[in-house]
Design a binder for this molecule. Sequence first.
Ligand code: B12
Length: 182
Amino acid sequence: MRRMGVLPRKILTSMEFESWRYCRATANSASAPVTDGSAPAGLRVVVTSTASDSHTWNLIYLQLLLEELGNHVINFGPCVPDQVLVDRCRALRPDLIVMSSVNGHGVQDGIGAISLIRSAPELTSTPVVIGGKLGVAGPDGGESARRLAAAGFDAVFHDGDDIAVFRAFVDALPAPRRELRR
Ligand code: B12
């Protein structure tokens, strides 16, 4: 099992450091509640890119937006391999996973990622959404959204959609009951 108590030797980006710090605080807590009293009351949200996407400002934008709405965000950063995403989410047990892709490979990458996410027993019912500039061909009459939803996403937000729809989706999620989770 990966040790969470020692800072990995590689140089971490600030996003990776935040993720590591959070994992260390919550991992291996078989007997302790996940919350320690200092965690905010909102949702625990993972913001992540897809495996191929190196864009970062979209992720920062989503983090700031979600934090402004009162949620705790763990930003995994860009180019997150599917297996790393799943392994970290199995440990963190987030209330919501927000995936962003703008490089044009969002449909293909998203389908791969959600298939692996849904194959993990801990994540079968976790709300997972994807958004951004998902393809390169422009509007496709909802075809890509249908494919992504059929693969397992709970919602798909195309670039240009009103961000209020995303906010309403997040606001409608049930409040976490972390004190029951061990
Ligand atoms: C900066 C940039 C880069 C930088 C990124 C640096 C970095 N560290 O981030 C570099 C140079 C590395 C780069 C590389 C590439 N890029 Co680039 N890049 C851009 C650029 C100019 C700005 C992106 C940006 O930062 N926007 C600011 C953020 C805040 O906004 P955003 O990304 O648009 O996200 C918004 C929405 O999409 C939405 N959103 C995003 N995700 C989600 C998720 C949810 C759930 C919701 C609700 C909303 C949402 O909310 C955000 C705020 O409104 C855009 C063009 C543009 N003007 O948008 C191209 C662009 C994204 N890049 C593009 C491409 C093609 C590439 C490359 C493939 C180019 C190449 N051939 O190498 C590579 C891909 C590399 C990779 N592996 O992913 C295309 C994508 C085309 C498409 N999807 O149809 C764009 C659109 C340029 C273009 N017009 O062709 N890029």
